[in-house]
Every structure is written in structure tokens, then in C-alpha cells.
Design a protein around this ligand. Structure first.
Ligand SMILES: [Zn+2]
Length: 154
């Protein structure tokens, strides 16, 4: 089981399923260990670790992890796990910014996260402006950091 014992799948107000915290978690606490198979193409549930390498999502891990432009969790790319950005209280939904996990999303969608910093249609890191890409740098996997660095004029 790759989900932390503090994490449960439950229905959101909009009827979709999501991952929720059952018992409060501390900043940086591990919420999911990504242990799905590595595949060479993106799917609706995968996260990307290199140009042609994706970790497939499973119902035991991130299948129900929803996106937010102001996410409560981030991927630790060294340990290949999802960690809490900050303390998350019991009952709160866990979200991740898909713009930090995929260069080009398999299934773009319109975001309704409600954040003042909402990016609207979520298509993948590739489709952000250079300034928006730079803002996400601390959360990016090594292959996306390399893409950013190659484009820098300095
Ligand atoms: Zn949003």
C-alpha cells in the first residue's frame, strides 16, 4: 500500500473522488509513495520523471490525487514520494500541482481550484510562460530543471 495510513479516498463536494487527510499531518510528512510501474508514455494518472519515463498511477497511490494551482503537497523527486507542503488538518483535501509533474499533460482540463493564482486551463509545464516556469523551479523534477537551465540566457 503506497498511501500513508493517514490518507483516505473520499468524495468531494463536486462528487469527484479525492485524497483527504484523516489525521492531521506535519509539513514534509510523506503522504504517498509512488511505486507504480515505469512506462514510456503519459496516462491520465501518471507522473513524469524523464522525457520518456512516467510512473503509472494506481488506486493505491495517486489515482485520486487532484490538482490545485495552490497545492497542499509536492513531489519529492529524490525519494519518489508525495509530501505535505505545510501542516494539513484532518478532513482537508490533499492536492498537487500537476504543472510540476508533467511536461505535457495526457488530459488537459479547466481548473476550478479557486486560487487567485489559478492558471485556468492546465496543459502541462511546457505551456507556461517563462516567468511561470521559473516560479515553479523548486518543485520540479530534475529533467524539467534541466530544460529550464538550457533556456536561461545567463
Ligand atoms: Zn487552479
Amino acid at each position: 500500500m503506497a498511501l500513508s495510513s493517514k490518507v483516505i479516498v473520499a468524495q468531494r463536494l463536486d462528487g469527484q473522488r479525492g485524497l483527504f487527510v484523516a489525521h492531521g499531518v506535519e509539513p514534509d510528512e510523506i503522504l504517498i509513495k509512488y511505486d507504480g510501474p515505469i512506462i514510456d508514455h503519459p496516462t491520465r494518472l501518471s507522473i513524469q520523471i524523464d522525457d520518456d519515463k512516467h510512473i503509472e498511477g494506481t488506486e493505491d497511490s495517486n489515482a485520486f490525487l487532484n490538482h490545485s494551482c495552490e497545492a497542499s503537497a509536492y513531489v519529492d523527486w529524490d525519494a519518489v514520494c508525495l509530501r505535505a507542503v505545510k501542516a494539513i488538518p484532518a478532513g482537508a483535501e490533499i492536492t498537487c500541482n500537476y504543472l510540476t509533474t508533467d511536461y505535457e499533460l495526457h488530459s488537459p482540463f479547466h481548473c476550478r481550484c479557486g486560487s487567485p493564482r489559478c492558471k485556468g486551463t492546465i496543459r502541462g509545464f511546457k505551456h507556461l510562460t517563462p516567468a511561470e516556469q521559473l516560479e515553479l523551479e523548486p518543485w520540479l523534477p530534475p529533467f524539467l530543471k534541466r530544460k529550464l537551465q538550457r533556456r536561461r540566457p545567463w
